[in-house]
Design a binder for this molecule. Structure first.
Ligand code: MCN
Ligand code: CUN
Length: 788
């Protein structure tokens, strides 16, 4: 994309340094835990050691004797206000605090309110709780078996642990395609439960001002407006109306989807503040965060892919069991219980597909956050990319060749997939070709053959993913009924500087910079002169927040639309000032000039001043605009990743030697930020591929509840990422931009898994579930008799 603005203005395409970084790198950010209010109290939480147990007694006597402890709050206390249960984003119900039984290990059991954080923790240690253990169900398949203990005894008519059944696609056409297929492959694929492990854990400071009857909550949320509405709907009966609630998301140290849901701690803190009239702070510690919230995936998938013998793929059939833990608190658009999993035909032109997903309750914390993935797209991409690789190996065709043959072709866009999505634009062969050239694919295959002859294990894996981001068109996308539009409100001050506010909320993505760049592009006001604000529901226009890489596709589009409204008004003022017709004005970023008289010019700064000092009679003063943008479609960024692994026959360790990522997110606002997003995203793709897993033993004890067992990759484990790009603009986005924040996390795991299987295929290995840990690989090698 050609640059339309100078570096001083810093519109689209400039790698502007991030405006927020001077604050962050000097340690001057304001995170929730930095908020200190006079008289603030502290909350800490008693958690269950059992995964399923009756609560027989909570004795607070000893806790209340701890100096500084003021109160112990139980489910019974909240029940008086009907606040012991709350609705989830998927219209299920979740306990705030239990009254009769606990459903997972580390569940909140009671809360201690104290004058200091230390006293609160001492109080927690002194609360005595008696439990009567109940049978535990951790395996969702066993949860579905006849005779399994029914977990949700709170639901009167519930006779099993099945939550919902969901189907999509044409079953008959798919079955027919399978019956007619020359070749089929089938595979069970498990995507384990993982945790986003942001640097900052979750927490809040709730402050109910009794005099003004106003509740202010500073909280780690990616969606402050939606939270405000949910609070108003849930707590309206205790006198909290929406105009009396202010949610502020201050600086956030990573969200990654984990800060979308409402967690019990927030509600307890709010209740405690409303009852005491004092500010109450609740901040999770690292172990609480790892054990109780922010979980993703947990999909047990059975996939089948059909093809003709010439390698033409024809149909995909998927059955999935979705483990949601004890409640369905997934952060999904309401109409899609399995998120956007049904984009699982991926980058391939398949004639038929059918998907079935069944949601199941188990004795685990609620899962279903997205972990840097637009609602289950990683699950979809992993499945289709593994299956295409499996088919290629089965047919003895190079995986790159099979992909090239079956890609949706550039001329097929807009492309309607077998599962009903309309892909906006793409050029899949170009991205794969570029990745192959950049990494010397042919050379790697020669090297692999040589190494194999010497008994060395090397593999090359490809993932040619299609992402789907920017939820979403209001026709199909809502959360609890709230349509998934987003917003931008711009005010240009008399001196030509501006403030812009958005319904989204950056958690590290650099919105203060990139939104300013969009306005700089559209208005020619230097990005440095534009202040961007998000996250305060008292000041920002209503929006659904930042997740699913929707900020650029939705709020970014709103920014462009609002800026164009401002330009339209500025044009009227310019025509008035220069005494010409509007049609005779020519816009270039930053100024209007008169056609044929290029030295007659009014800059945007002059026009802003005139908007307050010399605007035409009959026109309203000021220069401001707002846009609530309802996207006509989602955006479909894509990419091709190629990964090279070497496997150590002595230890089973997989080493990612090279990783080439070619991404396409349409027109780019800030290339440096996009590259940073991809680097971070790739590392978060490497993580579940090789290291991260939250599993449970048969009685529901969490394995992976600390960083000793839950392995987050550091710089030591992370390879050098090689990146490149192609650019296929979105035809419906006002700036031609697509989202990019999750692409790399969505696309990377399959490339790594495919590389590992590619290295081991000749030994008879057909599939390895992620995380591909050394013991897992070593066992495979031992079974095949090739360990050193
Ligand atoms: N961008 C751009 N040009 C494009 C697309 C995006 O310059 N064509 C820029 C944007 O302006 C923005 C950044 O890239 O500064 C990401 O934009 P976008 O893809 O719109 O995603 P969001 O801003 O909506 O961010 C959400 C996305 C998600 S869902 C997760 S999860 C994730 C991710 O961003 N969480 C993150 N990246 C993260 N990065 C950090 N540092 N911290 C997180 O918690
Ligand atoms: Cu998809 S995790 Mo992000 O949507 O916040």
């Amino acid at each position: 994309m050609a640059l339309r603005t100078s570096p001083d203005v810093g519109g689209m395409g400039h790698s502007l340094k991030r405006k927020e970084d001077p604050r962050f790198i000097r340690g001057k950010g304001t995170y929730v835990d930095d908020v200190q209010l006079p008289g603030m109290l502290y909350l800490d939480i008693v958690r269950s050691p059992f995964a399923h147990a009756k609560l027989t007694k909570i004795d607070a006597t000893r806790a209340l004797a701890v100096p500084g402890v003021l109160a112990v709050i139980t489910g019974q206390d909240l029940a008086k206000y009907n606040l012991h249960w709350m609705p989830t984003l998927m219209s299920d119900t979740q306990m705030v605090l239990p009254v009769d039984k606990v459903m997972y290990q580390a569940q909140e059991v009671a809360a201690v309110l104290a004058t200091s954080r230390y006293a609160a923790a001492d109080g927690v240690a002194a609360v005595e709780v008696e439990y009567d253990p109940l049978p535990v169900v951790v395996d969702p398949k066993k949860a579905l078996a006849p005779g399994a203990p029914v977990l949700r005894t709170d639901k009167k008519d519930k006779k099993d642990n099945h939550i919902w059944h969901w189907e999509w696609g044409d079953r008959a056409a798919t079955d027919r395609a399978f019956a007619e297929a020359d070749v089929t492959v089938a595979q069970d694929i498990y995507l384990p439960r993982i945790h986003v492990a942001s640097i900052e854990t979750c927490g809040c400071v709730a402050h109910f001002d009794k005099v003004n009857e106003k509740l202010t909550v500073w909280m780690t949320t990616q969606a402050p407006h939606a939270i405000r509405t949910v609070f108003a709907l849930v707590a309206g009966h205790v006198g909290l109306a929406e105009h009396k609630i202010r949610i502020i998301s201050p600086d956030i140290g990573g969200g990654f989807g984990g800060k979308v849901p409402v967690y019990p701690g927030y509600v307890i803190a709010v209740a405690a503040s409303v009852l005491t009239g004092k500010p109450v702070k609740w901040i999770e510690d690292r172990m609480e965060n790892l054990q109780a919230d922010s979980f993703a995936r947990d999909y047990h998938i059975t996939a089948e892919l059909a093809a003709r013998k010439d390698g033409r793929l024809t149909a995909l059939r998927i059955k999935t069991i979705a483990d949601h833990g004890y409640t369905d608190a997934a952060a999904n658009p309401s109409k899609f219980p399995a998120g956007l999993f049904h984009v699982c035909t991926g980058s391939y032109d398949l004639a038929a597909a059918h998907v079935v997903v069944d949601g199941v309750y188990t004795n685990k914390p609620p899962g279903g956050i997205a972990y840097r993935c637009s609602f289950r797209v990683t699950e979809a991409v992993h499945t289709i990319e593994r299956m295409v690789d499996l088919m290629a190996h089965q047919l003895g065709v190079d995986p790159a060749e099979l992909r090239m043959k079956n890609f949706v072709k550039p001329e097929q866009f807009p492309y309607k997939s077998a599962l009903g999505w309309e892909y906006d634009s793409g050029d899949y062969p170009a991205a794969l070709r570029k990745a192959m050239e950049r990494i010397d694919y042919a050379g790697l295959r020669r090297e692999q053959a040589d190494k194999r002859a010497r008994g060395e294990l090397m593999g090359v894996g490809i993932s040619s993913f299609t992402e789907i981001v920017g939820a979403g068109p209001s026709k199909h996308f809502d959360i609890l009924g709230l349509k998934m539009f987003d917003s931008c409100e711009i005010r240009v001050h008399p001196t030509g500087k501006a403030i812009a506010r958005f319904g989204t909320k950056s958690q590290g993505q650099g919105h203060e910079t990139t939104y300013a760049q969009i306005l700089a592009e559209e208005l020619g006001i230097p990005a440095a002169d534009i202040q961007v604000e998000e996250g305060d529901t008292d000041t920002a226009p209503y929006g659904l927040g930042t997740y699913a890489s929707r900020s650029t596709p939705v709020a970014g589009a709103a920014a462009a639309v609002a800026a164009r409204k401002i330009r339209d008004k500025a044009r009227k003022i310019a025509a008035h000032l220069m005494e010409v017709a509007e049609e005779d004005l020519v816009w270039e970023p930053g100024k209007f000039s008169v056609k044929g008289a290029p030295d007659k010019v009014q800059t945007i700064q002059q026009l802003a001043f005139a908007a307050y000092t010399n605007h035409p009679q009959g026109m309203e003063a000021g220069l401001e605009a707002v846009s609530y943008y309802d996207p006509p479609n989602l955006t479909y960024p894509f990419g091709s990743y190629i990964c090279v692994v070497d496997i150590d026959k002595g230890t089973g360790e997989v080493k990612v030697r090279r990783f080439m990522a070619v991404d396409d997110c349409g027109n780019i606002i800030n290339p440096m930020i996009v590259e940073g997003q991809i680097h971070g995203g790739l590392t978060m793709g490497l993580a579940p591929a090789l290291y991260e897993e939250i599993s449970y033993d048969e009685i529901g004890n969490i394995r992976g509840g600390s960083f000793i067992d839950y392995l987050v990759p550091t710089a030591m484990e992370t390879p050098r990422w090689e990146t490149d790009k192609t650019c296929t603009p979105s035809p419906h986005h006002p700036l031609g931009a697509k989202g990019v924040g999750e692409s790399a996390t969505v696309g990377a795991p399959a490339a790594i898994a495919n590389a590992v299987v590619d290295a081991l295929w000749h030994l008879g290995v057909r599939h390895v579930d992620i995380p591909i840990t050394p013991p897992k690989v070593w066992k495979l090698l031992r079974d095949k008799g090739v360990t050193e």
